[in-house]
Every structure is written in structure tokens, then in C-alpha cells.
Design a protein around this ligand. Sequence first.
Ligand SMILES: Cc1ncc(C[n+]2csc(CCOP(=O)(O)OP(=O)(O)O)c2C)c(N)n1
Ligand SMILES: [Mg+2]
Length: 370
Amino acid sequence: MSRTSTATSSRGKKKRPVNVATKKKKTTKKTAIHRSQQSPKLGLSNELLLKMHSLMVKSRVLEERLIKIYKTGDAYFWIGGPGEEAFGVALGLLAKKGRGPEYDYLHLHYRCTPTLVAMGMPMIDSIRLIMNKSTDRCTGGRNFSNHYCFPEWNVVPVSSPIEVQYTTAIGTAHVQRRTKSNGITIVTGGDAGSAEGDFASCLVWASRPANPLPMLITVQNNAWGISTSYEGQHGETTIADRGAAFNMRTRVINGNDPIESYKALEEEIYYIRRNQKPVVLEARLSRLFGHSSADGANRKQDQDCCIEIFEDQLLSAGLLKPADIQRVWSEYEAEGRAALEQVRGESAPQADSLWDHYYADGENGDWRKF
Ligand SMILES: Cc1ncc(C[n+]2csc(CCOP(=O)(O)OP(=O)(O)O)c2C)c(N)n1
Ligand SMILES: [Mg+2]
């Protein structure tokens, strides 16, 4: 059943597969949830679990808002990350956020909204980007949805050509190694893109024994290219196995499970910071709304939803009640609507800004002025 961001629609009506007997017993015992307590069943603090849930919902509501913006003709194209919230939010929470080599560099691909929401990106930033408004702080209204860029957080511009981020990431990792900084380089991408030479180059350069790089090399394996299924394309058993050929530490995780994702990423990031060596981590996860607006951007019923799975866990553990869940969705829905109304009134970029931001430090790219 679809769990849409219209909080009053399928959400309110859904009959939840929760063990009511267990739940009743728990709620009568507890008068209040102590947020800092470790949840004995789930293995992370209650506070963190609830924070992750809230951020996952925020990201999903935002993505569904972006899809509606596309479908109502207020944007030309949508591509994004619904289905990647469990992995993406965990990554965003664990990244060391700031500017310069002491902080983590993020070379992300176009399914990274959950990561940026977890890092603190307001919804309105993403809405301005997809609606191509001059107020878009990432690109001044001149790029696709989810093609973010936040220099103040070391978030390198998202590229439309897939997989090139795996080669640019080598550069920031080199700087971090050279400056012996505590920051690491994180690069994400898809399973199909791992067939590109850029991915292979990344493995080679990250793993040279004389010069190993502090890199978290991730692949979000949703088992699809645009319309090409994973099964027919990969001779290797797992994509992460390719790292093993370079003697790199590797790991495959269930990227639909936020708790597993958080714990695994925390361990691997700790390993990379401590040892200044690379890791290849493959997260198996869902593609919930297809590839992009090009194939309809409709909810796929054959894909697991990480938020539904997580909410069932949180309900069973007594950490949330159905009304709490409803409230979280409704609040973000209201935030998304308000942001859209505000952005609708904002202006498109003017022609004279076409040459801005071509080079670093605001240098103008107009060849006529050279
Ligand atoms: C160099 C390059 N080749 C082809 C494309 C067209 N293209 C865009 S997305 C995509 C599929 C990528 O699949 P995957 O790497 O698995 O990432 P996913 O979209 O599934 O997250 C392709 C082939 C492109 N953008 N750039
Ligand atoms: Mg894919």
C-alpha cells in the first residue's frame, strides 16, 4: 500500500501490521519515553531513532512534493532519492560537516536528498532548485532537481553525467591525505554506473599501497540502471567484491534498514578516519518511484519501503504511536506546501547572470571579457 506524503490519505487509513498485544502491554507500562535511553531491541538510542525517522519522513515528503511540482507543470524534470532514506539519512548524520580538508567531502549523485536533509538542508532549497529560481543557492536556478552544491559543507556539485564523481573524489581524498587531515572523502553512486571506467579508476587510485586514500566509496544498488536490470549486467557476485581485488575492506548492507545502515556506516567511517584507508560499501535498497519523471515517477508497489518497515519497528518497540507518526508526516507536508507557495512568487534567473560562477572565487566565465 502506498504511503504518500498526503498525511491524511493512505496513512490515516492504513491498517498497520503491528502486534497489538505487545504494544498494549508496553504502552500501559510506560508513561513517557526517555529519549536518551538505548532502545534495548533496536540497539540505538531512542533519541537517534526518532531523529532518523523524522528526517526520513522529511526527505520523503520533500521528494513527493518535488514530484507533484513536476506533475503540475511547475518544473521540467524530476529525479531523486525516495527509497534511499534509510541509507542516505544515516550517511548525512555521520558526515563531518564543514568547509575545507578537515571536514568530509561529499561527492554525491542525484539521489542524495536524504543525506542533505539530514545535514540540515531546508526543504525550500530543493524546491528552488527544481523550479529553476534565481534564489536557488546551489546553481542560481540552472540545474536539474537534486543536483545540489553546498561549498560550505564540502558538497561538491552533483554531476548529470553519471559516475564522474568517483574520479573527482580522488582529488579531495589526495588533499586530505597530503594535509594529514581528519576529514575523509565520501563518494556515492548507482549500481549501473559502476560499469563505467571512472569507478574502476577510483578503485585503483584509492587502494595504491604506497598511497592509500581515506575514502568511503559507496554504491547504492537499487538493481536498476534506467531500464536495465542488475541481474543481466553483473558477472561479479556483489559490486563490493570488486574492492576485494584491490585488497580493500568491503561490506554489503541492507540499505533499506536505517539501523543497520547507521551502525555499518559509523563503523566504516571510524575505520577510514583511524586508518586512512579506503572502504567499498554496497547498500542494497529500493527505487520507489522509478528512475525519474522520464518513466512516470509513480510509486512502485513491488519495492520495499524503508520508512514503512522502520515505522513498524518503532511502533512495535513502543517508541511511536500511530498519532505521532501522523503528526510527523502532517508537519512536513505543511512545511513543503508553504515553501512551494513562497517559491512560486520568486523570479527566474536573468540572462546577465549566465556567466556567473563558472570558476572559483566568483571569476566570470564570459569569454568576451577575457
Ligand atoms: C555518462 C553517462 N552515461 C549515461 C547517462 C544516462 N543515465 C542517467 S542515469 C543512468 C542510470 C544510472 O543507473 P545507476 O548507476 O544504477 O543509478 P540509479 O539511477 O539507479 O541510482 C543513465 C544510464 C548519463 N547520465 N551519463
Ligand atoms: Mg541503479
